[in-house]
Design a protein around this ligand. Structure first.
Ligand code: ADP
Length: 316
């Protein structure tokens, strides 16, 4: 990997900015798997199936195993799809290219295919890079069987870019994400494209504790009982936990302003913040369950049902 590519502790990000209607390049804090709380099985699978082949291609080749094909993350919002993709870029020291299909569809109408092509061309100049394609389901697919001609053209363009038949995609590691994989255009799921489907569930008890530890670390604090907070935040997403900690920190900051000295974050701050938040993942499960139960011909969404039953979620 190209280690001169990035400044230390910074991740180079390229993404489409909707307000400015253009592609922008900026830096973000570099994160790795150590910053992602929990998801140990998912991280392990990604290491073996995705990162190891990049780092040691000769081993895969020796066994005649094909390299390539993208990962596809799915699950409720806020459970780390984007965060994990960024961490993968951090792990392999690659740039992070973020393509949000929902925003390009609304803004690039008319010239979307050309713009998509240019985005990929840009990626080809900036290798190695992780190309993260968010909201993949925005591309019609099964959502409305009669999706528009315009979307069809864009799907075709995306397939052409992914297949790299006319250009070299080596060094571009594609990761897709969707909250609703059952709406995806089936053509996107063929071998060599987004063939590896990974479910990112809400964090379990120990994972919530880890995420709370990560999000409170480095802040002035009294001895916190994070296991207690973790216990009462069932079904919270990683993002919900992050906001909970932010709200609690705001309370400690307000107290600091009142007293004129830095006041530590307390358990009470966390409990007060917790009372104001509800888990945002339940709505997703209510919809997901019917797909997982009734439309899952290939048994792809078994993980969703397993989560449902294991966590005693009510009938959706
Ligand atoms: P989405 O699944 O909707 O793409 P994100 O990856 O954008 O969710 O997550 C939103 C935020 O929540 C992240 O920026 C991160 O700070 C936090 N987060 C989510 N999951 C985790 C996790 N497993 N560990 C640490 N932080 C997390």
């Amino acid at each position: 990997m190209n280690h001169d590519n990035q400044p230390q502790n910074k991740l180079k990000v390229i993404s489409y900015n909707q307000e400015q209607n253009k592609i922008v390049e900026f830096e973000q804090k570099l994160i790795t798997f150590a910053d992602v709380g929990g998801l140990e099985d998912v991280k392990k699978k990604i290491k073996i199936d995705f990162i190891m082949p990049i780092q040691s291609p000769e081993i895969f080749k020796a066994y005649g195993k094909a390299i390539g094909g993208g990962l596809l993350f799915y699950g409720p919002p806020g459970c780390g799809k984007t965060f994990l993709a960024r961490a993968i870029a951090g792990e392999i020291n690659a740039r992070f290219l973020h393509l949000d299909l929902q925003s390009i569809l609304s803004k690039w109408s008319g010239e979307a295919e050309q713009n998509l092509h240019e985005f990929f061309e840009d990626a080809r100049q900036k290798k190695p890079c992780v190309l993260f394609i968010d909201e993949l389901d925005a591309l019609g697919g099964n959502r409305q069987k009669l999706h528009s001609h315009h979307e069809r053209l864009l799907v075709n363009q995306l397939l052409m870019e992914l297949d790299g038949s006319t250009s070299n995609n080596e060094g571009i590691y594609v990761i897709g994400a969707t909250n609703t994989p059952w709406y995806l255009d089936p053509a996107l799921r063929r071998p060599g494209r987004f063939n590896s489907l990974l479910f990112l569930p809400p964090p379990a008890l120990e994972e919530r504790k880890t995420i709370l530890t990560l999000k409170t670390s480095g802040k002035p604090q009294q001895e916190l009982q994070l296991d207690l907070v973790a216990k009462y935040t069932e079904h919270f997403s990683g993002a919900d936990l992050e906001y909970l900690v932010k709200d609690a920190v705001d309370l400690a900051i307000a107290r600091s302003f009142e007293t004129g000295t830095v006041q530590p974050l307390t358990n009470q701050d966390l409990l007060n913040a917790m009372e104001k938040r509800q888990p945002t993942t339940l709505e997703w499960f209510a919809t997901a369950k019917s797909y997982a139960k009734f439309s899952d011909v290939n048994q792809e969404y078994k993980d969703v049902l397993d989560y449902f039953y294991k966590n005693n979620l009510k009938q959706g």
